[in-house]
Ligand binder design. Structure first.
Ligand SMILES: [Zn+2]
Ligand SMILES: [Zn+2]
Length: 342
């Protein structure tokens, strides 16, 4: 089969012929329909974050496709079914899995990191981790549910616990942040979206944000003042979706006393926090990672009801041969979400 292979950091992926994956009794073989291009891949390619599986390997963890073949023990899924493949597979028996927090499974296996991913014609995955996609959902576009939509959903619903009428500040409207905006709007929040690009802020508006702030030409202090003014003294909730030490430091200061700050963006750098301010104002600080399997059917229902939209946030489509063009666009910050269509 054809696959985009990651050979070493700081080198483009190489599209080449590799062997088809062979499935075990509990696995399924999926013909990839599309795979979303995620910033996480750039951490491996550009920023020296190592993959668990040593290269050469196949990246790609945001996948939808059609089941091609199933292992001997797979009963629930059959060839021809449309499936969504979550980015992370859980073990089902560790402490965190047992208490229903599979998204922080102690033995998690990430597609396109621990094992070969889906920038390829075929991918194999454990049947138990796959999620059925109803036929009325567009198969290719649905790939972004696996991370770009599910990660924001978990952050908004389970970690930030957004309630109708809450004021929510979203710092960063990129591939993940823009969906934090639309999921928070769907949850009934009054959203203030902050970014440095006008087109991303326009999209945030289109998806229901009440206020937008372009922070590119403003001092941090002015941005914080503006947010406090727009939210009548401070937001109930702030969600950081960039992973930039500057915005991480800013986040908790945008909140009212008793407010909640949720970290969704990844950074390997430390960011300072004002402990006195946290203490005096009883600010809550939470991390958010991925999404639990139990939430996927709810997300799919929200998309079916059109409360969460896929089409507007998919800005570019590429063939597998052109995958490096998708990464170039992402490096320039010019795409919201690109998908690779097989
Ligand atoms: Zn991702
Ligand atoms: Zn586990």
């Amino acid at each position: 089969m054809k696959a985009a292979v990651f050979h070493k950091p700081n080198e483009p992926l190489k599209v080449e012929e590799v062997e088809n994956p062979k499935i075990y009794f509990h696995e399924i073989l999926v013909k990839v329909a599309a795979c979303g291009v995620c910033n996480t891949d750039l951490h491996y390619i550009d920023h020296g974050v190592p993959t668990f599986k040593k290269p050469p390997m196949i990246l790609g963890h945001e996948t939808s496709g059609i089941v091609q073949d199933v292992g001997a023990q797979v009963k629930e899924i059959k060839a021809g079914d449309h499936v969504l493949i979550p980015p992370v597979f859980s073990c089902g028996h560790c402490y965190n899995c047992r208490i229903g927090r599979e998204n922080i499974c102690l033995n998690m296996i990430m597609l396109g990191n621990n094992i070969d991913g889906a920038y390829a014609e075929y991918v194999k995955v454990p049947a138990k981790d796959c999620i059925s996609l109803p036929d009325e959902l567009p198969l290719e576009e649905s790939c972004i549910i696996a991370d770009a939509i599910s990660t924001p959903y978990h952050a908004v619903k389970n970690r930030a616990q957004v309630r109708p009428g809450d004021s929510v500040v979203v710092l960063g409207c990129g591939g993940v942040g823009i969906n934090v905006v639309q999921v928070a709007v769907a949850a009934g929040a009054s959203v203030t979206a902050v970014d440095i690009k006008d087109d991303k802020l326009e999209m945030a508006k289109r998806l229901g944000a009440k206020n937008t702030i372009n922070s590119s030409k403003k001092q941090d202090k002015a941005v914080i003042t503006e947010i406090r003014k727009l939210t009548d003294g401070g937001a109930d909730i702030c969600i950081e979706a960039i992973g930039n030490p500057k915005t991480i430091e800013m986040g908790p200061t945008t909140l009212r006393p008793g407010g909640r700050y949720v970290q969704v963006g990844f950074s390997h750098q430390a960011a300072p926090l004002n402990a006195g301010r946290l203490m005096f104002r009883e600010i809550e600080i939470l991390g958010s990672l991925g999404c639990r399997p139990v939430d996927y059917p709810k997300i799919i229902e929200m998309i079916r009801l059109k409360r969460i939209q896929l089409e507007p946030v998919i800005t570019h489509r590429f063939k597998l041969d052109d995958i490096n063009k998708a990464f170039d666009l992402m490096r320039k910050g010019e795409s919201l979400r690109s998908i690779i269509v097989m």
